[in-house]
Design a binder for this molecule. Structure first.
Ligand code: ATP
Length: 364
C-alpha cells in the first residue's frame, strides 16, 4: 500500500494495520474554565472528505487549529499519516505536520505572480524540482495559462484555484479547509468546491472541511461529524444521518422541517398532522416531534384522516411543495413527488409516513 500505515495497538498486543490519514482521539480543549472541544474523535482514511458541521462558536475552528498545530494540545492525541504529532506536553510545530490549510480569507501574496505563489512553500527544493511541481499543480487546477499573471488580475474563482494549488504543492499529508469557499458567490461556490475536492480525492489527500452550512456538508462529505457545544453529537454518512438523525439539529440538516411540541401520552405523541409513536421516551415527557415535509402525503378526502386545506402550492417539475393549513390554525410544509390532488383552497386529507418522523426530548 502506497499510503502511510499506522500501527494501532489492539488487545493483548495484537497490531492491526490500517491506513490512517488523520486520527484524533479524545481531544479536549479549554479556554479558561470553558470547555470548547469535548472528547472529540475523528478518523479519516486517505482520500476521504469529512465535514465538521455545527453552529457558530461550537468549536470547529479550535479543533482545526489543534490539528494544524496552531494551538497546544491539552488532552487527547492527534496522528497524521500514521505519525503521532500531538499529545499533552508534545506538539510537533505546524511546519513539520505536513498539513495544508485553507481559510475563508485565503489571500494570495499580491507581490508574487501566480507561479511564485504556488512555489512559495517549496523553497527547500532545488529549482528544477520546484518548477516541475508548480507546473504540475497549476495544470491540475487548470491554471497553467495564468502562471505569469498577478493575483489581482484573476477572478475570485481563479484565485481560489491558485490558493488550492499553493496549499497542495508541498503535497500535504492532510488538508484542512475552514469555510474555504464561503467568500465566493453562490453560483461559483459549488463549482470551485467540487473541483477542489475532486483534486484532493484524486491526490489521495484526506480532507477535513469545516462548515456551518449543513447542506454543503451533506453534498460533499463522505462522512459528517455534527458538532454542538464542543461535542460530536453524531457521525456518519449523509444517508445514515438522514435515516436516523440523533437530534432535531441533525434532522434539520437536509432542509426545512415541521416541528411540533407535545407530551408523551400512552406511549404516543399527538401532533396537528397525526399521532407518532414515542418509542422508549417516558410517559409525560415534553417532546419535540420533527415531521419532514416528505413524511406528509396529501390524498383526496375519504373520511378518517386529518383534514387540511391547501394554502399554497408550488410545482417544481416532478416535486410539489405545498403549504397546508390545519384545523388548529397551524400550517405545515409538504414535499411530494408524483401527481397530487387539489389546488389552492381545496380541502384534502393527509397521511403520515413514520420513517420520516422523529420524536426527541424537548430542549430545556
Ligand atoms: P465559527 O463557525 O463562528 O467560526 P467555531 O465553531 O469555529 O465558530 P471556535 O472558533 O472554535 O468556534 O470557537 C469556540 C468557542 O471558543 C467560541 O465561543 C469562541 O469565542 C471561543 N474561543 C475561540 N478562541 C478563543 C481564544 N483564543 N480564547 C478564548 N476563547 C476562545
Amino acid at each position: 500500500m502506497r499510503h502511510a500505515i499506522a500501527d494501532a495497538p489492539g488487545a493483548a498486543g495484537a497490531r492491526m494495520l490500517r491506513p490512517v490519514g488523520l486520527r484524533v482521539q479524545d481531544l479536549t480543549h479549554r479556554f479558561g474554565d470553558r470547555v470548547v472541544v469535548a472528547a472529540v474523535d475523528l478518523e479519516l482514511a486517505p482520500g476521504e472528505v469529512h465535514c465538521l458541521v455545527g453552529p457558530s462558536g461550537c468549536g470547529k475552528t479550535t479543533t482545526l487549529r489543534l490539528i494544524a498545530g496552531l494551538e497546544a494540545v491539552q488532552a487527547g492525541t492527534i496522528e497524521i499519516g500514521g505519525r503521532l504529532v500531538a499529545r499533552p506536553g508534545f506538539d510537533l510545530p505546524p511546519e513539520e505536520r505536513r498539513v495544508g490549510l485553507m481559510f475563508q480569507d485565503f489571500a494570495l501574496f499580491p507581490h508574487l505572480r501566480v507561479a511564485d505563489n504556488v512555489g512559495f512553500g517549496l523553497r527547500g527544493l532545488d529549482r528544477v524540482t520546484r518548477e516541475q511541481r508548480v507546473r504540475r499543480w497549476l495544470q491540475r487546477v487548470n491554471m497553467t495559462d495564468y502562471a505569469r499573471s498577478w493575483p489581482h488580475t484573476l477572478s475570485g474563482g481563479e484565485q481560489q484555484r491558485v490558493a488550492l494549488a499553493r496549499a497542495l504543492a508541498p503535497e500535504p499529508a492532510l488538508m484542512l479547509l475552514d469555510e474555504a469557499f464561503s467568500a465566493l458567490d453562490t453560483s461559483l461556490r459549488a463549482a470551485v468546491r467540487d473541483e477542489a475536492l475532486a483534486v484532493l480525492r484524486e491526490a489521495g489527500t484526506p480532507t477535513l472541511l469545516v462548515t456551518h452550512d449543513a447542506e454543503e456538508a451533506v453534498r460533499v462529505g463522505d462522512r459528517i461529524h455534527a458538532m454542538r457545544d464542543g461535542r460530536i453529537i453524531q457521525a456518519g454518512t449523509p444517508a445514515e444521518l438522514y435515516a436516523r438523525p440523533a437530534d432535531p439539529f441533525v434532522a434539520g440538516f437536509f432542509g426545512p422541517v415541521n416541528r411540533f411540541l407535545g407530551r408523551v401520552r400512552g406511549g404516543r405523541v399527538s401532533t396537528p398532522v397525526g399521532e407518532a409513536a414515542a418509542g422508549a421516551l417516558p410517559e409525560g415527557l415534553e417532546v419535540e416531534t420533527i415531521v419532514r415535509p416528505e413524511a406528509i402525503r396529501v390524498r383526496p378526502v375519504h373520511g378518517g384522516g386529518v383534514r387540511a386545506r391547501i394554502l399554497q402550492r408550488r410545482d417544481l417539475g416532478p416535486v410539489h411543495v405545498i403549504h397546508l393549513g390545519l384545523p388548529g390554525g397551524s400550517d405545515v410544509r409538504v414535499r411530494q413527488t408524483g401527481a397530487i390532488v387539489g389546488g389552492v383552497g381545496d380541502e384534502v386529507e393527509i397521511e403520515l409516513d413514520p420513517s420520516h418522523l422523529f420524536v426527541y426530548p424537548a430542549a430545556r
